[in-house]
Design a protein around this ligand. Sequence first.
Ligand code: F0G
Length: 406
Amino acid sequence: MANHKVVCWMCGAEVKDPYVNLCPKCGGLLTVKMDLSEVSEMNPEDLRKTQIGVWRYAPFMPVDPANKVSIQEGGTPLYKTEALGAEVGVPNAYVKFEGLNPTGSFKDRGMTIGVSHAKELGAKIVGCASTGNTSAALSAYASKAGMKCAVFLPSGKVAMGKLAQALFFGAKVLSGGGDFDDALTLARKMSEEKKLYLLNSINPYRPEGQKSVLFEIWDQLGFKMPDRVILPVGNAANIWAVYKACMELKEIGWIDKIPKLTGIQAAGASPVAKAFEEGAMDFVPEGNPETVATAIRIGNPVSGKKALKAIYDTKGYATTVTDEEIIKAQLLLGRKEGVCVEPASAASVAGLKKLREQGVIDKDETVACICTGNGLKDPDTILANVPKPIPCQNSVKDVERILSEN
Ligand code: F0G
C-alpha cells in the first residue's frame, strides 16, 4: 500500500474523518492523493508477477492488502471487436467487457477497495444509494466482509437482475420513493449522522479501485495506451477514476500519451454532455431524468464537475445518444460479437458509432469502449427488443420451413 491522504480536489485541504464526504472548508469533492514514490521505482513488468485483476495494481491503491475483501474482481477481457469495428468504420475498436466481474459490473472494482477500507476502519454497517449495480456489488462485498448493508434504491426503474442480486446477498433494500438523487440524499444523511459508512462513489476510495480498469486496458494492450477511451457517464465518478489512473501513470513516467476520455450520456439524462457542448466547467442539474439505460438515469451527478475536468484535460469529448441508438448498439454487439451488455454499457458503443459518423473520431484511432455491465442484469429490456420464440409443430418439415425464412 502506498502512503496517501484524503484531500479536497478544489482547495487541497486534508480531511481525516472518514464519515465526511465533502470538504468542510469549501464544500468540494474529496479525492485520494497517492504518494507514488515507491511504485515509481518499479517497472511495469513487475506488476505481472501477480494475476491480472484489481489487486495486481495494489501499489496504486490506498488500502493495505492485508485487509483485502475480494471476490476476484477485474481481469475482464479486452476484446478486439473486428466485426463491430468494420461496421462502425473504426478497425481498431476494442471492448472492455466489465460484465464479467463477480457481480456483473465494474462496480466490483470500486467495492473491493471501498469495503476493504471499511474493514480497516472497523465499520459494521455499510450503505449506498444506487440505480442498481452499486447496490448489487456492495451487497456482495458486505456479505463477504460480514458487514450489515443498507441500499437505497429509486422507486421502480431498477433492472430486475440488480434488484434480485441485492435481495439475494441479504442487504436491507430500501426505497423511500423518488429517484436516484433522492435516494442518495437519504444515504448521505445517514452517513453524516454516522449511522452507516457510505460507499457511493462520492467516497474517494471507490474511484481508487475503479482506476484499475484503465490500468488493465493499458496492460492488455502491451503497456500501450489507446488513443481514446469511451465510457457511459451517470453519476460521473468512473470517468474521473480513469482520468486519475492516467495522471498517476504519467506522474511516474510510465506513459506519455493520455487517451482522449469520451463520456456518453443518454439523451434524457445528460447534464454533463450539455455542459460540454456549452464549454462550461460545471453542469446544470436536470429534473426527471429518463432513459431505457436505467443505470445512468441520473440528473444531478455528484462527480459531474470532476468528469468535465477529465474530459477537457484529455482533449476528450462528451455527447448524448438516444434510447433507440442505445438499443441498436446493444443488439449490434450481441449480433456481431456475441457480447451481451446492459443498455447503459451499450451507450459507449452507440457513442463510438455516432462520433465516427460525425468525424469526431478518426478511422485510424485505437478506441477502447468500456462496457460497464452485463446484459443479463436487465432481461426485460432485452426481451422487449427481440423477436418472440417461434411456435412450431413437432416435425422436421415445419422446422425446415421456419429455418428457410429470413
Ligand atoms: N454503467 C453502468 C452499468 C452503471 O451501473 C453506471 C452507474 C454507469 C455506467 C455510470 O458510472 O456513475 O461512475 O458515471 N451506476 C451507478 C449505480 C449510479 O448506482 O449502480 P458513473
